[in-house]
Design a protein around this ligand. Structure first.
Ligand code: IMP
Ligand code: MG
Length: 208
């Protein structure tokens, strides 16, 4: 633990650090909280145990490689990596699917590819949400061409339509209703990613 004196703690800021962030951070834009911060934390701990059991630390494929999809999966990825009781390595990809603000078309463009070779590695794609599943199915086809040893998916959220897709998703945090959600990495027009929970938006927000 850090005991140096280079940093003088700001008592007020420290006291506020474990306080639940202001529920009204976005002044009334959030209609309801669908998954709380506590529920997210508990589920991540469970998923982490499951993944660690499936990918024991000592094996010949090297450390498990988490591939996070920017920007939505960033909160999940960092919390998940810290919850995993096995060493992992982190990679990020950025993709953009053409479509409206609230639905995707399945036409995907890579904005940032992988920095490393994934041949013969155990790869776990970490996703924020699977809606139609079009983005993910495209991404998996793309990654499979690079011959990883194993290729699995862990998503925090899944919506009902995704059940129709033929991509195998091994780890699922929560199945949620067919509703647009924000928070914990998920955005609407790049806003609300910083909320610590998953919530739904008030209808007025879409009307603006
Ligand atoms: P899909 O291709 O329809 O599965 O959409 C996947 C991507 O669309 C996700 O990675 C998100 O970036 C975005 N997305 C889908 N549903 C939501 C939502 O409810 N809130 C925020 N983003 C979403
Ligand atoms: Mg998005």
């Amino acid at each position: 633990m850090y005991h140096g004196d280079a940093h003088t703690p700001d008592d007020d800021a420290c006291r506020g650090a474990d306080r639940y962030p202001d529920a009204d951070l976005y002044s009334g834009d959030i209609a309801s909280v669908l998954v709380t911060e506590e529920q997210i934390r508990c589920r991540i701990a469970e998923l982490a145990q499951q993944v660690a059991a499936d990918f024991p630390a000592e094996q010949d494929k090297g450390e498990l490689l988490l591939v996070g999809v920017l920007k939505g999966a960033v909160m999940f990825m960092t919390d998940f990596a810290r919850a995993l009781p096995i060493p992992v390595q982190l990679e990020f990809m950025a993709v953009s699917s053409y479509g409206s603000a609230t639905s995707s078309s399945g036409v995907v463009r890579i904005l940032k590819g992988l920095d490393r070779d994934i041949t013969d590695r155990n790869v776990l794609v970490v996703e924020d949400i699977i809606d139609s599943g079009l983005t993910l199915s495209w991404l998996l086809r793309n990654l499979a061409t690079r011959h990883p040893a194993t290729l699995e998916v862990c998503t925090l959220l899944r919506k009902p339509d995704a059940i129709q897709i033929d991509v195998p998703v091994r780890y699922i945090g929560f199945d949620i209703p067919r509703e647009f959600v924000v928070g914990y990495g998920l955005d609407y027009g790049e806003r609300y990613r910083d909320l610590p929970y998953i919530g739904t938006l008030a209808p007025e927000v879409y009307a603006d």
